[in-house]
Ligand binder design. Structure first.
Ligand code: ZN
Length: 162
C-alpha cells in the first residue's frame, strides 16, 4: 500500500532505573541514578498483514532490553579514562585520577560504549533492538529510532537507516 507509515511505542513499563556517571578526560560526575524511559519509532511501508511491524514484537523486545539494564550500574567498557578489572566476582573501575569503585559483577552492566550519556545509551539500545528484531529489513523498514529520556522532557534519540 502506498505511503510511509510510522509506529511509535512508548509505554510506562519501557524503563530502567540505573546508576551511572559521565566520565571523560578531566571530568567525572558523581555516581547517581535516573529512571530512564525508552521509546521506539519505526518507519516503513505496510506489510501484507497491515503492519509496519507488530507493536507486540517491538514492546517485547524493548522490554527485554530494559530488563537487562534495570537496577544495574551502567559502565562504559570503551571509556578512554576509566580502567576496569575483574576479580573475585567484583568489577573494579578506576578513573584517571585514581578514584575507584568496586561493584559486585551481578550489579553492573558493562556496555560497549564510551560514555553512559543518554545519546550513547540510545545507540546501544538501538543496536540491541535490531538484534532482537531480525525481520526489520525483510519487512522494508526504512529506519528505526530509539529515544532515551533521563528525566521527563529530556530525551536523546538515535536513528539508523536500514
Ligand atoms: Zn546522569
Amino acid at each position: 500500500m502506498d505511503g510511509r507509515y510510522r509506529v511509535h511505542v512508548f509505554k510506562d513499563y519501557l524503563k530502567f532505573s540505573s546508576a551511572h556517571f559521565i566520565a571523560y578526560h578531566g571530568f567525572r560526575e558523581a555516581l547517581h541514578g535516573h529512571n530512564y524511559q525508552v521509546s521506539v519509532r519505526v518507519e516503513g511501508g505496510l506489510g501484507a498483514d497491515g503492519y509496519v511491524l507488530d507493536f507486540g514484537l517491538v514492546k517485547q523486545a524493548a522490554r527485554r532490553i530494559c530488563e537487562r539494564l534495570d537496577e544495574r550500574v551502567l559502565l562504559p567498557a570503551d571509556s578512554d579514562c576509566l580502567s576496569f578489572s575483574r576479580s573475585g566476582g567484583q568489577v573494579a573501575v578506576t578513573y584517571e585520577d585514581g578514584a575507584a569503585f568496586s561493584f559486585p559483577e551481578g550489579d553492573v552492566a558493562v556496555l560497549p560504549i564510551v560514555h553512559t550519556s543518554a545519546e550513547e545509551l540510545a545507540r546501544y539500545l538501538l543496536a540491541q533492538l535490531r538484534g532482537e528484531l531480525p525481520d526489520l529489513e525483510r519487512r522494508g523498514v526504512r529506519w528505526v529510532e530509539v529515544g532515551v529520556a533521563e528525566a521527563p522532557g529530556q530525551i536523546a534519540y538515535c536513528r539508523q537507516d536500514l
